[in-house]
Write a protein that binds this ligand. Structure first.
Ligand code: AQP
Length: 328
């Protein structure tokens, strides 16, 4: 079976953007692919994290994977820091990358913009991501649109390694959804929805209670018009709300436009909130059950055990090819 790998940072509460852009595809792909889904805690610390919050969020992200429908009997679910080879292979790829290519990464530019001091980890974030993916020779990487550039760098680093040291790594392909690859912030249609945004009103968290979801959607920015029309260039906020609607209600953008013709934004937003609430309700219930059962620790332990043999072998092979003297 072809392999799939993806990860999500425990850097805040997962949002509807993470779900639509990434997790829903994880659930589909586990039926047809050998899947590896990670909580990428080593990536999360590229920006400061409060230790207790990091622990809680790591457990929460893993539980949300399961609540969303990832089945640990079909996919390996694990924490990145539980498989030590990730950090080591990450270092090997850091030495293969050039400053210029890392400086061009838009995520680095966005996250370092306006900051006096920027952590070196944020700069080398993409080389650790390359290691994560190449470790398991993933064929496909389901991600949102924002991660496309990092994936291109991963492909370049794999090709560079293969050219210098002999063919070893599969060149992975991105798997990006056609609708919802970039869910935008509720308060600014030009910025993507992000779990680390300091304004909680900018995102819908998967665990937001129904009334919070209703309030956030009713306050979401729109424009001075009245037409519920999909036009991301001229109506970015309304178009974004339509994408969310389409995903949660399972109807097309054209059907949404027809349904709200001549009604303005009020009715549209009200219905949208109910569709989001209904979509998240079963996930939230399942999440509560998983958290109270405490089973997540066992799932993560089992996941790490399943993958560590592959990871150690990849690391050993890469080191051997690069000329490291391996312990005998
Ligand atoms: N707004 C989004 N729309 C669609 N997909 C999205 N993803 C993130 N935001 C959106 C996808 O979710 C996956 C997990 O991402 P991540 O946690 O590794 O980091 P990120 O891409 O930087 O996501 P966030 O939510 O913006 O996290 P913070 O705020 O911590 O940086 C990825 O597949 C991503 O494409």
């Amino acid at each position: 079976m072809p392999r799939v790998l993806s990860g999500i940072q425990p850097s805040g509460q997962l949002t509807l953007g993470n779900y639509i852009g990434a997790i829903q595809n994880f659930v589909k792909l586990q039926e047809t692919h050998e899947c590896f889904f990670m909580v990428v805690d080593l990536h999360a610390i590229t920006v400061p994290q409060e230790p207790a919050a990091l622990r809680e969020q790591t457990e929460s992200v893993a539980a949300l994977f399961i609540a969303a429908g990832i089945d640990p009997a079909k996919a390996s679910v694990f924490a990145q820091s539980h498989v030590a080879a990730h950090a080591e292979l990450g270092w090997l790829f850091t030495t293969l990358a050039y400053m210029g290519e890392l400086e061009r990464m838009t995520q680095f530019k966005d996250k370092s913009n306006g900051k006096d001091s920027v952590g070196a980890g944020l700069f080398v974030y993409p080389t650790l991501m390359a290691a994560d993916i190449l470790m398991y020779n993933a064929d496909l990487v389901p991600v949102g649109d924002d991660q496309k550039q990092h994936l291109e760098l991963t492909r370049d680093l794999a090709a560079r390694f293969n050219q210098r040291y002999g063919d070893m790594f599969t060149i992975p392909e991105p798997y990006i959804p056609k609708v919802g690859a970039r869910i935008m912030s509720l308060d600014d249609g030009t910025k993507k929805m992000s779990k680390s945004n300091p304004n909680p009103g900018s995102y819908i968290a998967l665990l937001d209670p129904p009334d919070v979801i209703r309030k956030k959607i009713s306050r979401a920015t729109t424009d001075s018009g009245r037409e519920v029309q999909f036009n991301p260039a001229e109506k970015p906020e309304v178009s974004n709300l339509m994408s969310i609607y389409s995903h949660c209600a399972g109807i097309t953008l054209e059907e949404i436009t027809a349904r709200y013709e001549g009604q303005g934004y009020g009715a549209f937003k009200k219905d949208l909130a109910e569709h989001v609430v209904a979509k998240l309700e079963p996930l939230q219930q399942r999440y509560a059950e998983i958290r109270s059962s405490g089973e997540i620790h066992q799932i993560l332990k089992q996941g790490a055990e399943q993958v560590s043999g592959i990871a150690e072998k990849t690391l050993r092979d890469a080191k051997e090819r690069m000329g490291f003297l391996l312990p005998r």
